[in-house]
Design a protein around this ligand. Structure first.
Ligand SMILES: [Zn+2]
Length: 409
């Protein structure tokens, strides 16, 4: 089956995850895709393909060298936009003119200048009502395309390949039930990015922060000098944070603090925020800043209470790649051999690969040839998508001159 047909088949299966169910998978329907993927993997000759009770799918392809390379893509789609009833539309040999998605939405180079790089190529777009789901079904279809290539070319010597398709990446739980032993790989790649000449290995260090404020309650009519309003203390706290370091003000290598939720009344209130920084010590500085503001406010309002709870979420995987740069070097070489200029950008978020890296499986991220993820403007560039298969085939292929020993288990 052609890789693109496979992609079109996968996007029609609704796999949107849900961050309110607190189950794994967060939505049963992700298993509908999982079942199809197991069938496809078996058909491609990966005899041990199976889905576990969490909905994660694992499979292994034997190869000729001890270095086992893992490939991962996620099955779920984002919360921001529906993934139901996706109606992908192909635009052949795109001429650069505006693409009318529906009555209101237009995909154009004015709003999305990166599109200019794809004039003359074929695009897959949405009907404006849903996301496309190239994030990350393009990744899944690319991995299947690599496996199909080796099925059709039994003469090509290649590394043993470990495949894992995971659930619930979009709600940050993709690695929660990932079984590193089942994966059986020395290093891996997530195929979950955008541009195909990118290999991304730097991501945020991430923390979530929960702060509780307790005021001092007396009748407001007799509150002079005594009543402390928890909401006002919280307001002062938030105003003391650097106002020019929010997501609105930052990009590239800059970090931020981002208020995500507030709740409460004049006696008790609380807020949640996330902290993001590429450098660990800068993140620590942010933590210390929170404690310093707390101390200053408690000095000002000795009868108030402020409790800060900080939780680590994920870590910059660059630290792990310093120890084992093999996957990075290999990807850079293959991107070059396929005629592209390798690039790397700092990922302003986390990836499942960052979590896998922390678990002991170093996993940088590769592209999929798609863009504008999580919404109706998402699109796939067909030629880039197909080229990504070539790049990963190159990563997996062992050069003729290299001596090899077949690994059988
Ligand atoms: Zn993704």
């Amino acid at each position: 089956m052609a890789a693109l047909d496979r992609f079109l088949k996968y996007v029609k299966i609704d796999t949107q995850s849900d961050d309110t169910t607190h189950t794994t998978p967060s939505t049963e329907k992700q298993k509908n895709l999982g079942k199809v993927l197991v069938e496809d993997l078996l058909e491609l000759g990966l005899e041990d393909a199976a889905m576990d009770k969490w909905g994660n799918v694992y499979a292994h392809l034997k190869g000729e060298k001890a270095e086992r390379i893992g490939l991962n893509a996620h099955m779920d789609t984002a919360l921001e936009s529906s993934g139901k009833n996706v109606k992908p539309r192909k635009i052949k040999n795109w001429d650069g003119s505006d693409i009318k998605l529906d009555e209101e939405k237009v995909l154009s180079t004015n709003e999305f200048p990166a599109l200019k790089n794809h004039i003359g190529k074929d695009l897959i777009v949405t009907d404006g009502k849903t996301l496309l789901g190239a994030d990350d079904k393009a990744g899944i279809a690319i991995i299947m395309g690599v496996l199909e290539y080796f099925k059709d070319h039994p003469e090509k010597k290649h590394h043993p390949i470990s495949v894992c398709f995971t659930v619930d990446e979009e709600i940050g739980e993709g690695a929660d039930h990932f079984d590193i032993k089942k994966m059986k790989a020395d290093y891996a790649y997530t195929v979950d990015g955008a541009e195909i000449n990118h290999v991304d290995y730097r991501n945020f260090n991430a923390q979530s922060v929960h702060i509780k404020f307790e005021g001092f309650a007396v009748h407001p009519g007799e509150g002079k000098g005594t009543l402390i309003n928890a909401i006002m203390v919280m307001h002062e706290f938030l105003q003391s944070l650097p106002q020019d370091q929010t997501p609105y003000d930052s990009d590239g290598e800059q970090g931020y603090w981002h208020l995500t939720e507030i709740n409460g009344n004049s006696v008790n209130c609380e807020c949640s925020m996330i902290l993001r920084e590429f450098e660990k010590d800068v993140l620590e500085k942010r933590d210390n800043e929170l404690f310093a503001i707390r101390d200053a406010l408690l000095t000002k309002y000795p009868n108030a209470k402020i409790e800060i709870e900080i939780t680590d979420q994920y870590q910059n995987m660059a630290e792990f790649l310093k120890k084992d740069p093999r996957p990075l070097f290999k990807a850079i070489e293959s991107i070059k051999r396929c005629g592209l200029d390798p690039e790397s950008k700092a990922i302003r978020g986390g990836t499942d690969g960052a979590q896998f890296s922390r678990m002991g499986l170093t996993t940088p991220n590769l592209g999929t040839g798609s863009a504008n993820h999580h919404g109706p403007y998402e699109y796939l560039v067909v030629q880039d998508f197909l080229k990504m298969i070539d790049i990963i085939v190159d990563i997996m292929t062992i050069p003729e001159q290299e001596k090899t020993t077949r690994i059988t288990d």
